[in-house]
Design a protein around this ligand. Structure first.
Ligand code: PGA
Length: 261
């Protein structure tokens, strides 16, 4: 059996010029591949192609887009299509992030359409789900995220559902105002999502399951030890190449320790 890789990656969100994006990747590349780890980066649309052009043909770094429309083309001012982000170098495409749900009208309906469209273009959907603080206070987080997941996967076959990456990102843990989540808080949710992913995959190996929200070098090892966490999806802590490298090293140490068991 090939070893299962630990995924560690970042969305740069609305950060970095083209030069800054290139400089980041040039700092990162000499350290890749890191044993046991799959690294990925989601640049902004404006720097995606430039980053792709700095990578060697057999690149160990996967690239993705932070968003793309579900329609192939048309009157979508300000949007880009799956075909366009693929053309610019994306292999992954993020959808359903809480910032886009909150500020840009993204919802379960459009996330499902985007997951369908991504797979139609040979892209891997990276689907973000997660509950707001009030849902956590009401202890309804599992029902909430499982609903989001069901809607996101509703247009996919079992074979396709096995190819998605899901990131569980409790909204109360994300960003500068967030509170870091503990293993105890996330473990039951990760378990519920993993079970749902296995079920829709007809009992075969399920899709990859990441944790995101307030990930930092100080909590990454603990988060990775949480059952059903296949990797980490990082914002602020990986906006410098050194920050991502530190997390990749933690991921690599975790992969080595897991392989020894
Ligand atoms: P953060 O962002 O790591 O800065 O909390 C995570 C995310 O939004 O994916």
């Amino acid at each position: 059996m090939p070893e299962k890789l630990v995924w560690v990656g970042t969305s740069w969100k609305m950060n970095k010029t083209i030069d800054e994006a290139r400089a980041y990747v040039r700092t990162l590349l000499p350290h890749l591949p890191m044993p046991g780890v799959q690294a990925f980066v989601l640049p902004s649309h404006t720097s995606l192609a430039a980053v792709r052009d700095t990578l060697p043909a057999d690149t160990p770094l996967l690239l993705g887009a932070q968003n793309a429309h579900w329609a192939d083309e048309g009157a979508g001012t300000g949007e880009v299509s799956m075909r366009m982000v693929k053309d610019a170098g994306a292999l992954l495409v993020e959808m359903g992030h809480s910032e886009r749900r909150r500020d840009f009208g993204e919802n379960d309906d459009t996330v499902g359409l985007k997951a369908r469209a991504a797979l139609d273009h040979g892209l891997i959907p990276l689907i973000c789900i997660g509950e707001p603080a009030e849902v956590r206070t009401a202890q309804m987080q599992e029902e909430y995220v499982l609903d989001q997941l069901r809607e996101a996967l509703r247009l996919l076959s079992p074979t396709e559902a096995r190819r998605v990456i899901v990131a569980y990102e409790p909204i109360w843990a994300i960003g500068t105002g967030g509170r870091p989540a503990t293993t105890e808080q996330i473990a039951p949710v990760m378990q519920a999502i993993a079970a749902a992913l296995t079920e829709v995959s007809d009992g075969c190996a399920r899709g990859t399951l990441l944790y995101g929200g307030g990930v930092a070098a100080s909590n990454a090892a603990e988060l990775l030890r949480t059952p059903n966490v296949d990797g980490l999806f990082v914002g602020r802590a990986a906006w410098t190449a050194q920050g991502l490298l530190e997390l990749l090293r933690i991921g690599s140490a975790h992969a080595e320790a897991s392989a020894a068991h």
